[in-house]
Design a binder for this molecule. Structure first.
Ligand SMILES: C[S@@+](CC[C@H](N)C(=O)[O-])C[C@H]1O[C@@H](n2cnc3c(N)ncnc32)[C@H](O)[C@@H]1O
Length: 441
């Protein structure tokens, strides 16, 4: 039977354990923290959006969606809001230049709305119309393609809650000081934002996979009294609504009506904000329930960012092979970046042999390197591999996984890797480490 066990990770966000996969889906260190530290912050999105207003992201192993949602969350607050505020400031400088304009008008309609002091401002009506067009916040175009083999997870995705209470009580430097600042300060607005993001994603997932609404396993998990507090109340109600009407409804009409009600009941002000924000963004989210290898073979996109969040290489080697990385190479924009949590020598070596330049991810909170970036444009590498890291690549630890036809089972890939390892003449990583330390003395 399909089973999942939710638990609170150390930053208060919910993680999942699967007895079938015999693995956790999220680090106990903090599911949300990890999404920010390993994917969102090292992507340097503020810099990216200074030069671009379109972005394509591939989220490999979507799971319950922390990486995509954290991106979207960051985008709404850090990019869209700040861009909007900045443009509003520009309005002030344009319209308060007294000498430039000749006709006095009452400026309530345009300027007052923007909260700009308008006393004694002389403006030309025509200029207003033109400049209002000019300063309109730029239209962003976002495309996220997410891939995962597990449709149940994707459906649970809109349901995760962040364990707000726990978050407040625990002293976790990163999540408390940085994430909490980054997310809105007041508890209510943060919860409202979760709702918005959850509902936006739910809407997109249902659009592509309406069949998940009637999955009995999901209903069971959502209604199990042991788990009920892990899931978002509004979305559980949405699920109930569908369950009750199933059979004779058009999901989209009813969905909209229902969302309208819960927005007005619980989150009306942020609903308006979200709608306003979404009007400024051309946002497409597409979830493929498929093996990532297959999904990519039929995908013609080139991505600006690829988040690779597969289970560890020993559990899921098919998404860590040199052949899969070659496929990723074809799907990465020339100035794009792949980000992953793994810092294993075999993974870095596979990226290099697939044609990438490789760098490390530095985490200022722990003052440690904790992941890998792979790029085509070397100048995007911020933290290069050290002499020691390169040395490790030439040991047995650097032997990578292979999957020439991109269809081997994980077991077959592991077996072939084991053989190559046993027959290799390379030195072991432990011997290399000893020698390296001796030489450094
Ligand atoms: C570590 S979890 C990902 C966690 C996820 N990023 C999140 O935010 O919840 C690994 C995911 O890989 C998925 N998976 C395993 N094999 C896969 C494959 N061959 N192709 C695509 N997804 C796969 C699993 O279903 C699981 O959801």
């Amino acid at each position: 039977m399909y089973k999942l066990y939710p638990y609170f990770t150390n930053d208060g966000s919910v993680g999942l354990f699967s007895p079938d996969a015999d693995d956790i889906y999220h680090s106990t260190y903090g599911a949300l923290t990890e999404a920010y530290e390993k994917f969102i912050l090292p992507a340097d999105l503020v810099n990216y959006f200074q030069k671009n207003n379109e972005i394509k992201i591939l989220d490999i192993c979507f799971g319950i969606g922390y990486n995509s949602k954290s991106f979207f969350d960051f985008f709404l607050k850090k990019i869209l809001n700040e861009n909007f505020n900045q443009k509003n400031n520009n309005i002030a400088s344009i319209y308060t230049d007294k000498n430039k304009y000749n006709e006095k008008i009452y400026t309530d309609k345009i300027l007052h709305k923007k909260n700009i002091k308008t006393e004694h401002v002389e403006v030309d009506k025509n200029e207003i119309i033109l400049d209002t067009k000019k300063i309109r916040p730029q239209k962003y175009k976002i495309f996220i393609r997410a891939v995962d083999t597990d449709k149940n997870l994707a459906f649970l995705s809109p349901f995760f809650v962040t364990g707000e209470k726990k978050l407040k009580n625990e002293k976790i430097a990163f999540s408390q000081e940085k994430i909490m600042k980054m997310l809105k300060k007041s508890k209510n607005s943060k919860l409202r934002l979760n709702d918005e993001i959850n509902i936006i994603f739910l809407h997109k997932i249902i659009k592509n996979h309406p069949e998940i609404l009637t999955d009995p396993e999901i209903s069971k998990i959502l209604n199990d009294k042991n788990y009920v507090h892990y899931f978002d109340t509004h979305i559980r109600r949405l699920f109930e609504f569908y369950r009750i009407c199933k059979g004779n409804y058009n999901p989209f009409k009813k969905l909209t009506a229902f969302l309208h009600n819960i927005y007005y009941l619980y989150i009306s002000s942020s609903h308006k904000k979200a709608l306003k924000a979404l009007k400024m963004v051309d946002f497409k989210f597409d979830l493929k329930i498929e093996d990532a290898r297959l999904a990519l073979l039929s995908d013609l996109n080139r991505y600006n960012y690829i988040f690779l969040d597969a289970f560890t290489p020993v559990k899921c080697p098919c998404l860590w092979t040199i052949d899969f990385f070659k496929l990723l190479y074809e799907h990465l924009d020339p100035d794009g970046m792949i980000l992953t949590y793994s810092n294993a020598a075999s993974i870095r070596n596979a990226f290099i042999n697939a044609g990438f330049y490789v760098g490390k991810i530095f985490n200022p909170t722990s003052n440690k390197f904790m992941g890998t970036v792979a790029v085509k444009n070397k100048s995007l590498v911020k933290y290069e591999l050290s002499e020691y890291d390169f040395g490790l690549l030439n040991t047995k630890a650097g032997i990578f996984y292979r999957d020439e036809n991109l269809n081997a089972s994980n077991e077959a890939i592991i077996e072939a890797h084991k053989k190559e390892f046993e027959n290799s003449d390379l030195i072991s990583s432990s011997k290399f480490i000893k020698l390296y330390k001796l030489n450094k003395k």
